[in-house]
Design a protein around this ligand. Sequence first.
Ligand code: ATP
Ligand SMILES: O=c1ccn([C@@H]2O[C@H](COP(=O)(O)O)[C@@H](O)[C@H]2O)c(=O)[nH]1
Ligand code: MG
Length: 237
Amino acid sequence: MWRRVASLSPLVSRSKSRLLDQVQVANGFNVWQVFSTQVLNPTEGGVSDRRRTPLVTFVLGGPGSGKGTQCTRIVETFGFTHLSAGDLLRKEISSNSENGSMILNTIREGKIVPSEVTVKLIQKAIEASENDRFLIDGFPRSEENRIAYERVIGAEPDIVLFFDCPVEEMVKRVLNRNQGRVDDNIDTVKERLKVFTELNLPVIKYYSEKGKLYKIDATGSEDEIFERVRPVFAVLR
Ligand SMILES: Nc1ncnc2c1ncn2[C@@H]1O[C@H](COP(=O)(O)OP(=O)(O)OP(=O)(O)O)[C@@H](O)[C@H]1O
Ligand SMILES: O=c1ccn([C@@H]2O[C@H](COP(=O)(O)O)[C@@H](O)[C@H]2O)c(=O)[nH]1
Ligand SMILES: [Mg+2]
């Protein structure tokens, strides 16, 4: 059951489901507390409406499906902060962190970096930002990633975009990218596609069943694709 952009109901019921999400989280650090300006009024026993919690969109799709390209457009038009999980991991490699060589080897093999490493980087980036709208690009890549994020961050995403692109087009785009990435070669791309099918697709299915998924046809020009993305966010303005 894929949600097409014509139906925008998940956005309308966002704040209600967010409250439920928070109540249902039993343990783990809740990053939303960092942002919350919620004030309990003991005399009235209520919650003031000065509550401000981040709006999170997961941006999913196979290698080369155009996630990063479209995130740039969403940032320009709708003022989100773009957090690419892959970029956060590549930064760890170039800053010579203790996990650097493990991350480099994992990326080179097209496999998935352990959840605790990636979730910590995402959590740090959210906390360091003044913004309250985030695009988390290329994460979660597995059900294990998703569960770790929800445990640590203490909430589900509000929106999930899935860029749906034919395999031949994704391979063509990756091999033409020319940005010096260690994983932009045919062997690693084959492995990434396998990981996408086996581990990413179950996450996409999970959010589809929860009614949070917006499936975007990722073929055509960048402009054409952005016009398919625009209605998802236009109602937020
Ligand atoms: N609609 C499009 N038509 C043709 N090329 C595109 C289109 N969108 C993006 N590209 C190009 O395809 C390549 C891959 O795009 P992009 O980096 O946005 O994909 P991605 O989904 O973020 O990939 P990855 O998961 O590997 O990071 C880039 O060189 C980009 O310029
Ligand atoms: O959550 C994540 C995100 C990325 N990786 C690893 O990085 C590469 C490149 O990711 P891009 O999103 O394509 O930039 C990916 O193939 C994984 O090896 C990860 O492990 N976890
Ligand atoms: Mg990318």
